[in-house]
Design a protein around this ligand. Structure first.
Ligand SMILES: C[S@@+](CC[C@H](N)C(=O)[O-])C[C@H]1O[C@@H](n2cnc3c(N)ncnc32)[C@H](O)[C@@H]1O
Length: 270
């Protein structure tokens, strides 16, 4: 539909965000995808369909539909601050709402203990495209008083994570950040990029290399899914091993590799 007018773009963004599922996504990402689809598609109707599909692929596909964050926040408030066991059980329940964290739950403690053994305790973290991964904080080998920054594009989820940080006594902050538009610049010991590079590749293939080059972190924990959301392997290990090797070409990183049932994990160190 090229050329399109600013009004066409505005109408498309409005049409996309009539769905509550897409209204909760950072506007810059919705606008970016809407503009790209207007550029590519022959007419408005196919641009709308394609934009919704892409937004679903990069965000909606992972989250349970209609999460009632207010309900979860109320349950969180009812947990006494010193009841670690109850808080951990709560975190596990919430992590089941996001496919990525749900898959990691059977081995969550081993996951972080193994992958971060050489650099723990970690005193500052930047969790990028975090999903609900900050709820795994009780299982991470972090230093007392660790600062935990997190970002994603799903706005009510970020508000809920800030409530979780406050309730769990974590020095943490979750902020909206569309990684296709900016690279956070906080200086941290560890940046976390779990199962996110394939999503970002769908937006722009240059984003992965740019992130790795520009993040201000001593170490970056990167992972790829080893199975599809439906649980099939579909050659994903081979595909992502090749992708990761290409991503590492010419970079200064020392790489440690870990293998988990659903996930291929790499710790990159400068
Ligand atoms: C496969 S999930 C991974 C979630 C989490 N890192 C984990 O492994 O538990 C991908 C995440 O990327 C987020 N996302 C998608 N596009 C993004 C973008 N442009 N900027 C920041 N986050 C994005 C989605 O909302 C989703 O939470």
């Amino acid at each position: 539909m090229s050329p399109y007018t600013p009004e066409d773009l505005n109408n498309l963004v409005q049409a996309i965000t009539t769905s509550p599922k897409y209204a909760q996504i950072t506007p810059s990402l919705v606008e970016r995808i809407a503009a790209e689809e207007l550029e590519k598609r022959a007419d408005y109707k196919s641009a709308l369909k394609a934009a919704r599909t892409r937004l679903h692929q990069v965000t909606g596909a992972f989250l349970a539909p209609d999460i009632n964050y207010a309900k979860w926040a109320d349950i969180l408030k009812s947990i006494p601050p010193d009841n670690t066991q109850e808080l951990q059980a709560f975190c596990q329940r919430v992590m089941r709402l996001h496919n990525s964290t749900a898959e990691r739950l059977p081995y969550i403690e081993q996951f972080f203990r193994t992958a971060l053994a050489d650099i723990s305790p970690v005193d500052s973290v930047l969790d990028l495209a975090c999903g609900l991964n900050p709820m795994a904080l009780p299982w991470m080998p972090l230093a007392a008083g660790c600062t935990y920054y997190a970002c994603d594009v799903v706005l009510p989820m970020l508000a809920f994570l800030n409530q979780f940080f406050a309730a769990s006594g974590t020095q943490g902050k979750a902020v909206p950040c569309d990684l296709s538009a900016c690279v956070p610049q906080q200086k941290v010991r560890l940046a976390i990029l779990l199962k996110t590079l394939p999503c970002l590749d769908q937006l722009d293939k240059s984003l992965g290399p740019r992130l790795l080059a520009e993040l201000n972190a001593d170490h970056i924990l990167v992972s790829y899914p080893a199975k599809s959301l439906g649980g099939r392997e579909k050659g994903m290990r081979r595909t992502y091993t090749q992708q990761f090797s290409r991503l590492m070409e010419g970079t200064p990183f020392r790489v440690r590799e870990f293998d988990f049932p659903n996930e291929m994990v790499f710790l990159l160190s400068r």
